[in-house]
Design a protein around this ligand. Sequence first.
Ligand SMILES: [Zn+2]
Length: 105
Amino acid sequence: MARSNRPRRENSRRRQSKRNQEWQPLDVERLQGGMRRTEFKRGREYTVQPIRAERAQKVYTCPGCSGDIMPGTAHIAAWQADHIMGDASALADRRHWHSHCWKIA
Ligand SMILES: [Zn+2]
């Protein structure tokens, strides 16, 4: 026997879409290459900011291997999260590392 599978109409009431997409401001951190994260190394807390290749426009010296981080190389910037002089000083003291050097540091 054939069954009727017609959807029932609910009093012709229009159902509103719940996909109310809100406009979201650009996420600066995401533009820079990723979310900032916190890592613990040797008992210290560090803030780690991934830097995308296209954001890397200077040559940095990596403290891990003393080698250069060439422009256009994705890498990370790290600074102490619990800096004794506060966040601003810590940020000024930030170091750029090759991602793999940071991992093994
Ligand atoms: Zn390195």
